[in-house]
Design a protein around this ligand. Structure first.
Ligand SMILES: *Cc1c(COP(=O)(O)O)cnc(C)c1O
Length: 367
């Protein structure tokens, strides 16, 4: 049997080419005759790889010279904590959009530091949309927030801030925007320089588990009086070039390989392919008599497509059928149910086509 198509939400699919090159580097990293798993993070070869990875992030996202790129430990979840540690004082307020479980967790961490104002929430409908009632309201314009936090793609619920909605947010506030882009970083073009801070766990769209990308505007840092734990202090990490302690050498290197794979196509092509994959899948769901989508309109995620049938029994049957057909990781998150097809950058159109064929076959067999 050939390799299954991997629809897991994270850790998630990696390009074959990246896997092959990772295997080579386990044997012989950059001609050193040492494995990437055993080489010192202070070795010339790895220091060069770390630098290349940081530079490639800058290049792919066209970042200006105020932006610093870091590779950190602790996952995106640690950034829930690091962000308020660095940007929020006890007597100040940060604004958060509550668009799903990851936002909720980020809010809970920030509440330990200062005041948090939840600007809008889609909890009332189990997070199946991105709130918009703030558009045109004055909440964001006049209040003195230290920052506004959004989760650009809600991995569990299959919603995503569209580019036009993000534009509206920037049009409405001068406050720095902090974005958790864990599950859609490098999936589309955008003016990334507008953000005050971006963070993303690598394991969804950028590499393996074990490292987290942080992009921060240097001008936001160094303004807090309170103590920041050494490892969480972005200024310390910037000075040490992401090597304040031993970095996740392998995870950073595989992320570099993934970035190189993205560079070869260009972000524009990556976005075009992602749109084609999402359209194929949503069109199939929308025209089906048994499958239905969980999210609608411009809020639909192009990374995590959530859908279901009318009953849990049929859901179970389809999951089994998909597995028989070598399609793995399609179960929806337990609070959403149904299915979630994570179709990150590395998922080829052929994988989505296989899923669509399988859905149509299943539907025809039921009839
Ligand atoms: C997966 C995910 C996280 C958590 O990432 P960890 O690296 O496991 O901490 C946070 N935010 C979003 C949007 C995610 O998809």
């Amino acid at each position: 049997m050939s390799k299954p198509y991997n629809f897991y939400s994270g850790p998630a699919i990696l390009p074959e080419e990246v896997l092959e090159k990772s295997i080579d580097a386990i044997r012989d990293f950059a001609g050193t005759k040492l494995s990437i798993l055993e080489i010192s993070h202070r070795s010339k070869a790895f220091v060069a790889a770390m630098e290349e990875a940081r530079n490639l992030v800058k290049k792919l996202l066209q970042l200006d010279e105020n932006k610093e790129v870091l590779f950190q430990h602790g996952g995106a979840s640690q950034q829930f904590l690091a962000v308020p540690y660095n940007l929020l004082s006890r007597d100040k307020t940060a604004a958060y959009f509550d668009t799903g479980q990851w936002s909720t967790k980020a809010i809970a961490e920030a509440q330990n530091f200062g005041n948090v104002e939840v600007i809008a929430s889609s909890k009332d409908k189990n997070y199946d949309y991105i709130p918009k009632e703030w558009i045109g309201e004055e909440t964001l314009q006049h209040k003195q927030f230290s920052y506004v936090h959004i989760t650009t793609n809600n991995t569990i619920f299959g919603t995503q801030w569209s580019n036009s909605l993000i534009d509206k947010l920037f049009a409405q506030t001068q406050t720095p925007i902090v974005a958790d882009m864990s599950s859609d970083i490098f999936s589309r073009q955008m003016d990334f320089n507008r953000f005050g801070l971006i963070y993303a766990g690598a394991q969804k769209n950028m590499g393996p588990a074990g490292t987290t990308l942080v992009i921060v505007d240097r001008n936001l840092l160094g303004k807090k009086q309170e103590f920041i734990p050494t490892l969480l202090d972005y200024n310390n990490q910037i000075k040490a070039e992401s090597m304040l302690n031993t970095p996740s050498v392998f995870a950073v290197y595989v992320s570099l390989l993934t970035l190189q794979w993205i560079e070869k196509q260009g972000l524009k092509q990556v976005e075009t392919t992602n749109s084609a994959k999402a359209k194929l899948l949503y069109d199939t769901i929308d025209s089906s008599k048994i499958f239905e989508a969980v999210t609608f309109g411009e809020d639909r995620s192009k990374m995590n497509v959530c859908f279901k049938t009318a009953d849990a029994e049929t859901d179970k049957k389809f999951l089994a059928f998909a597995e028989e057909n070598n399609l793995l990781g399609l179960a929806g998150y337990r609070t959403v149910g149904g299915f979630r097809a994570s179709i990150y950058n590395a998922m080829p159109l052929a994988g989505v086509q296989k899923l669509v064929d399988c859905m149509q076959k299943f539907e025809a067999d039921l009839a």
